[in-house]
Design a protein around this ligand. Structure first.
Ligand code: ASP
Length: 335
């Protein structure tokens, strides 16, 4: 029988009401899980629950929390067949993206899930999300970091939170679901990652100074001069459409040039959830290209941020980071 480690990091699934809104409660969550007979019946795998301390609303997740989760997986890698990570929905796509890079050579399922309604409540979506995640992890067909939510198994570094209140909270606009849970779980076999050749290794992340700027009509780029210092290692610019910025961006270009001279890697992503950045397709993006920005192609902002953390943590020089930002490493961007 497969053995799965459940790592509870917090989020709505393990929350209870308090005078100041929902907060995680590990003790009650453990009791509830242990009292769920369904989780002990065939075909449920054998599972062990561990909870990180303190449990977090995922809005409070930091790089050191990602490292803690990664370390837990690495420490238990040989002893378990798969991992289910319970996590808040707000930053689940960031954590999934980060882990997809950190867990190099991953050859086992790592599935993040959670819920929009606490497990302690009658209509909780957490029950089905947890049961399906455990079954998928136990089946062992997946060898990558995924998000399972609302009946869909998504590649973690392609997913993004889409709804603040619907039970299907995540989408993966540039990559089809890896599996869908209907009467049975049907896998999209051609999309699953194959067996990994390189041995498993954990790359911990450093707290690299990076930033995200979202452009909007009327943006005053000069206001960003303060943050574009030599301390900033990487920045993701969320542009319009295929990578376009307002042409009054004559203000932006000196800043971009200064940032590049400082060694800051500028990655251009799109505000459109679906499609890809093509620098130079329009005059309004040519200037970014000429100034040396790199295309984030069809990366989500979550994956672009996580990838910058990862590449700089590996010690790559800015030129290598630029090259690798445009190279698919683990299914995060289209080849
Ligand atoms: N604020 C919660 C969190 O991200 C939301 C959720 O879990 O759905 O932890």
């Amino acid at each position: 029988m497969a053995k799965i480690l459940i790592i509870n990091t917090g989020g709505t699934i393990s929350m209870v009401s308090s005078g100041r809104g929902y907060v995680p409660n590990g003790e009650l969550f453990r009791e509830r899980l242990l009292s769920m007979d369904l989780l002990k019946q065939a075909p449920m795998p054998q599972w062990v629950l561990t909870q990180t301390e303190p449990l977090l609303d995922s809005s409070n997740m930091t790089v050191s929390d990602w490292n803690r989760i990664g370390q837990l997986i690495a420490d238990n890698y040989e002893a378990f067949d798969g991992f289910v990570i319970l996590h808040g929905t707000d930053t689940m796509a960031y954590t999934a993206s980060a882990l997809s890079f950190m867990l190099e050579g991953l050859d086992k399922p790592v599935i993040l899930t959670g819920s929009q309604i606490p497990l302690s409540q009658l209509r909780s979506d957490g029950r089905d999300n947890l049961i399906d995640s455990l079954l998928i992890a136990a089946e062992g067909r997946v060898r990558e970091v995924c998000i399972f939510f609302g009946g869909k198994l998504l590649r973690g570094n392609r997913a993004t939170k889409y709804s603040a209140d619907e039970l299907i909270a995540f989408v993966s606009p540039n990559y089809p679901p890896l599996a869908e849970a209907g009467i049975t779980v049907s896998y999209n076999k051609t999309l699953l990652r194959g067996r990994q050749e390189v041995p498993f290794r954990l790359q911990l992340l450093d707290e690299i100074p990076i930033g995200v700027i979202k452009v909007f009509p009327g943006i005053q780029f000069s206001l960003f001069e303060q943050i574009l210092t030599e301390k900033l290692k990487g920045i993701v610019i969320e542009t319009f459409g295929a990578g376009n910025i307002p042409q009054g961006g004559s203000e932006l270009l000196p800043l971009v040039r200064k940032a590049l001279a400082n060694g800051t890697v500028i990655t251009v992503c799109s505000q459109c959830p679906q499609g890809t950045v093509t620098l130079g397709a329009y005059e309004t993006s040519s200037a970014l290209k000429d100034a040396g920005a790199v295309s984030g192609r069809d990366l989500t902002t979550e994956a672009a941020v996580a990838k910058l953390y990862y590449l700089f943590s590996k010690g790559y020089a800015a030129d290598d980071v630029k090259r690798l930002m445009e190279t698919d490493l683990c299914g995060e961007e289209s080849a």
